[in-house]
Design a protein around this ligand. Structure first.
Ligand code: ME8
Length: 547
């Protein structure tokens, strides 16, 4: 099986997880499940980024040691992922001994390549970002991420000769159009490489100023700068660059990040890899920010969306669906409870839930609760099958390109067409007229398209998809499918099980995979409609009128 390796960021432990962290990790999980369903041997990893000034400062504020704070917050991140049905194959902690060894070995390689030198540097340092900013990068003298005035710091440090790789990196980005996507971030990365010489990268902090870090192998008075530490987590998760797993997975590696950490991933990391003589990652996917009340979530603004409570409000699968459908990957999106409820009612309760409810109750009534055998198609079925193939092909294509919202929109074209087909073919009228051959054909066509829809939704809504497949009598739909998914990801990559029960291969072209005679659920209530303030008010008004 072709390998596929995806990384979500490893998150800082200075604050608890919020919706933004949940989003990236859920997207990573969804992409991995999609890859697996497409026949790849896929896994994703995440972890926590635990060293550096930021953590030391947060720990001091909380009256804890950095180690205590890191242990506590890292555990909170780790515990969150299964609650969101996100199943990383590995969870890397940068304060662990395996990671320390990987970072030190990498530093040695870059040092041996002659790309590390000792020098003095003074500059504007933002503690929040853990990096120096050039005057040009500041906005009105403030850090563009944190809107705080950076501190001027001057000290002797080690530097990575990043400038030496500027042209090579630029050429690589130009020669490989898919290296950074969407396009706007590729252009942004290219513009970082335009106009003058790229600064070299300061990669150390003197121990007199910071002790909470990995000691440089060539100077014990210094610890490693956080990005040279953090990015190597992507190697640690594979057992380091000398492991067999690295050899297998690294050439197929893809990274997933938000735009705040574009530069470290698009510029620092590939130049570091070039210096160490290692292959570059294959692709970098960059998404925008979730905003809350029109601002980036932050503790100080007080607009942080807690992921778990929000996920539970309408069910985890609805939450995952919302996140993928609402944000156009690459652009910012606004989060609100109202938008979540509106999408839930419109897309899930009305369109998808209603389809399952009406078709299964008709099959219970007229087909004895079993998948009926279809007779010859009419033009309506032929047209519907063409629409289904087109929608599914679009879905798969968009999904593979990380265009999740477009993918789901394409799938909903099919869901809405299926509801229209129910209305137009009116099986109740066919049954009343005794035309059971047409009833069977119409219901089989619907059930088969519903199976395809449920299967395609598996990466996004693993729980509801399994339930839908079980309601359609698909063998192994509920237990088999779900078990295979979790068995593959919770164990180590080397021992992962075989391919999942269903796959997307052949689903666009082939029609009729739903076995005739399979037992169907007598009823379905997948997404009960929820009352909103507006719908309750409308009902109350209607009630008053009737009275
Ligand atoms: O940057 N909207 O960690 P971090 C969408 N440790 N995504 C968001 C978001 C928002 N409002 N806020 C955060 C770090 N994220 C480094 C990474 S990787 C080797 C080291 C997500 O805790 C998004 O994925 O600040 C973003 O890139 C990441 O959290 C930043 O997490």
């Amino acid at each position: 099986m072709t390998p596929y390796y995806l990384t979500a960021p490893i998150y800082y432990v200075n604050a608890k997880p919020h919706l933004g962290h949940a989003y990236t990790t859920i997207v990573a999980d969804t992409m991995t499940r999609f890859a697996r369903l497409s026949g790849l041997d896929a896994m994703f990893i995440t972890g926590t980024d635990e060293h550096g000034d930021k953590i030391v400062q947060a720990a001091a504020k909380a009256g804890r040691t950095p180690r205590e704070l890191a242990d506590e917050v890292s555990a909170a991140f780790r515990a969150l992922w299964p609650e969101l049905e996100a199943e990383p194959a590995r969870f890397v902690r940068t304060s662990g001994p395996e990671h320390r060894a990987v970072v030190r070995a990498f530093l040695q390689k870059v040092h041996a390549a002659g790309d590390i030198y000792f020098g003095e540097y003074g500059g504007n340092y933002c503690y929040g970002c853990e990096r120096f900013y050039t005057e040009k990068e500041l906005e009105n003298g403030l850090c563009p991420q944190h809107q705080v005035k950076p501190e001027y710091i001057s000290e002797k440090n080690y530097f990575f000769r990043m400038s030496a790789y500027q042209d090579r990196l630029k050429r690589h980005i130009l020669d490989n159009p898919g290296f950074i996507s969407p396009e706007r971030y590729r252009n942004e990365a290219l513009s970082m490489l335009e106009g003058g010489v790229l600064d070299d990268l300061c990669i150390s902090r003197p121990k007199t100023r910071l002790e909470w870090g990995i000691e440089l192998p060539f100077d014990p008075d210094y610890v490693c700068y956080v990005w040279f530490d953090a990015l190597l987590a992507y190697f640690t998760a594979l057992g380091g660059p000398d492991s067999a797993e690295f050899e297998r997975f690294w050439p197929e590696s893809e990274h997933l990040v938000a735009k705040d950490i574009l530069k470290p991933h698009a510029v620092f990391w590939p130049t570091m890899l070039m210096s160490a003589g290692l292959p570059l990652y294959r692709r970098l996917h960059v998404h925008g920010y979730w905003l809350s009340r029109a601002a980036k979530m932050s503790k100080s603004i007080g607009n942080v969306v807690p992921p778990l409570e929000t996920a539970r409000s309408l069910g985890l699968d609805a939450f995952r669906y919302f996140l993928l459908r609402e944000m156009h990957f690459g652009s910012d999106a606004d989060f609100s409870e109202e938008a979540l409820t509106a999408r839930y009612n419109a897309d899930l309760a009305n369109d998808l839930g209603n389809l399952f409810s009406r078709v299964l109750s008709m099959a219970a009534r007229w087909c004895g609760g079993k998948v009926p055998a279809p007779e010859a198609d009419t033009e309506a079925e032929t047209d519907l099958k063409i629409l289904a193939s087109d929608s599914l092909a679009d879905y798969q294509r968009f999904f593979a390109d990380a265009r999740f919202s477009d993918a789901l929109e394409a799938l909903w074209n099919l869901v809405r067409a299926l509801n229209k087909y129910v209305d137009a073919s009116a099986p109740w009228a066919l049954a009343a007229a005794g035309d059971m051959e047409r009833v069977n054909t119409v219901l089989y066509t619907l059930l088969e398209c519903m199976r395809k829809t449920a299967l395609h939704l598996r990466p996004v809504m693993p729980g509801k998809s399994a339930l839908m497949l079980a309601q359609l009598g698909v063998p192994g739909g509920a237990s088999g499918g779900a078990q295979t998914d979790s068995a593959q990801t919770s164990s180590s990559a080397g021992t992962r099980a075989g391919p999942p029960v269903g796959t997307l291969l052949g689903e666009v072209e082939n029609f009729g995979l739903l076995p005739v005679g399979a037992p169907l659920a007598p009823a379905s209530n997948l997404f009960p409609r929820v009352e909103t303030d507006r719908s309750a008010a409308a009902k109350a008004k209607a009630g008053t009128r009737k009275d």
